[in-house]
Write a protein that binds this ligand. Structure first.
Ligand SMILES: NC(=O)c1ccc[n+]([C@@H]2O[C@H](COP(=O)([O-])OP(=O)(O)OC[C@H]3O[C@@H](n4cnc5c(N)ncnc54)[C@H](O)[C@@H]3O)[C@@H](O)[C@H]2O)c1
Length: 399
């Protein structure tokens, strides 16, 4: 492949940073089916609030588009579309299949297609490649497929895309050079693998391990709370042992941790295997919603004349310093609290408030007018606000 012409399919939390890194060195096309996303990117606005106007400047004649015809000229496609679960926690591969269908209509001899969406083991080989083969071309003969699990951590200014080691898996060494030429601009450290299924599996197990570690500490936290044992003191004591891993209890949300364990469990079930530990971890982490509602309710009820107090819940995204609200337990907690108590409003400047009108968001200038502040997610931008509030008025659910 003499001239590489990369196309990024899906410009979300994963696809956009890849596009921005590649367009520093290649004429790159960013493709997304969401017209609104393309319009705002063309105006140099990122509604995920990960990138500034300056960072979104197009370089090397690169472009954003929602038109399939514009991506025909590409020859190195990187797919980063969502892979969520449905209401029954079953993998929903609709968008991934759709992107393969799109690509099957335009790929040419010699093209390379890399998938970065998180999937369960075997999806690339058994679902994506057969759809791409409907093009009439044959994978590993006419075109080539690879898988590169994505480890980006939105909101993290230290662990940036480039500094995170990147696994790239493909079967045929014939594409090693173009793959290297592309991926060295995405990450400083590339780990090559010849096995796509192993790369797919490694991604889901990384997130399963994290989900389970948090579930374990959440369970311990709950027991300490109902037994009147000071969890923070316990954690500090335990931390003094060299091999104790000090995980923090928390509200697990987002597009990865609450999803990927179900992908692996689904796969295990198709093979007749059970994943009891993994699924119990999910249950424990989800149970934190009701646990937190009851803990916070008790704290509110213990305040004199609580029914007259004005309450502000701060931080509603799924974790601190991101605008992402997917699977946010903080939003679930707020909704339940608003049914239980009359005067509860919300504040989170990272969220597009228009999307959540019913949650009664207040503006910045109103936030000193409340009697009780519940900080569910502690964004860094809250530091100065919190300094000005009397500490007795603040409830931190995880203290
Ligand atoms: N968000 C993360 O932190 C993260 C981290 C690691 C891996 N992942 C994985 O990466 C994948 C993408 O996640 P994300 O967070 O970037 O999602 P996202 O929702 O932020 O962005 C996905 C984008 O793809 C677009 N899209 C959907 N279907 C499309 C199609 N057929 N063709 C073109 N564009 C399409 C959507 O409009 C959206 O803009 C998922 O599989 C996810 O599990 C995400």
């Amino acid at each position: 492949m003499k001239n590489i012409y990369p196309v990024i399919v899906g410009l979300g939390y994963v696809g956009l940073p890849i596009f921005l890194n590649l367009q520093e060195n290649f004429k790159t096309i960013g493709f997304d089916i969401n017209k609104e996303r393309i319009i705002s990117l063309k105006k140099r606005e990122d509604y995920n609030k990960e990138f500034s106007r300056n960072q979104l400047k197009l370089k090397k004649k690169s472009m954003y588009t929602n038109k399939l015809k514009d991506i025909k000229k590409g020859n190195f496609y990187i797919v980063a579309v969502p892979t969520p679960i449905d209401k029954k926690n079953t993998p929903d591969l609709t968008l991934l299949k759709k992107s393969c269908k799109f690509l099957s209509k335009i790929i040419k001899k010699g093209d390379i297609i890399f998938f970065e969406s998180t999937v369960y083991p075997t999806v690339t080989n058994e679902i994506c490649i057969p759809i791409l083969n409907t093009s009439g071309l044959q994978e590993n003969n006419d075109f080539y497929v690879g898988y590169s699990p994505e480890r980006i951590n939105p909101g993290d200014k230290k662990k940036t895309l480039k500094s995170i080691p990147k696994i790239v898996a493909f079967k045929n060494n014939i594409i090693k050079q173009p793959v290297k030429r592309i991926y060295r601009h995405i990450s400083k450290k590339i780990i090559f693998s010849k096995n796509i299924i192993e790369a797919e599996t490694s991604k889901v197990i990384e997130n399963i391990q994290r989900d389970l570690n948090i579930a374990l500490i959440n369970e311990i936290y709950k027991v300490c709370y109902i037994s009147n044992i000071n969890f923070r003191n316990v954690l500090n004591l335990a931390k003094s042992k060299w091999n104790f891993i000090p995980f923090e209890p928390g509200l697990v949300g987002g597009h990865c941790l609450p999803v990927d364990p179900y992908y692996f469990s689904y796969f295990a079930k198709t093979k007749g295997a059970k994943t009891n530990i993994i699924l119990n971890g999910r249950k424990t982490n989800n149970s934190m919603t009701n646990f937190m509602v009851s803990k916070i309710s008790k704290q509110i009820n213990s305040i004199d004349n609580f029914y007259k107090k004005k309450i502000l819940v701060m931080g509603l995204t799924y974790k601190k310093n991101v605008a992402d609200t997917r699977n946010s337990l903080a939003i679930k907690i707020l909704k339940i609290l608003q049914k239980k108590f009359k005067n509860i409003e919300a504040y989170d400047p990272l969220i597009e408030n228009k999307k959540y009108k019913s949650l009664k968001f207040v503006r910045r200038k109103m936030i000193n007018k409340f009697d009780i502040y519940i900080v569910l997610i502690k964004h860094n931008i809250f530091k100065n606000i919190i300094k000005k509030i009397h500490r007795k008025k603040i409830i931190y659910p995880f203290l």
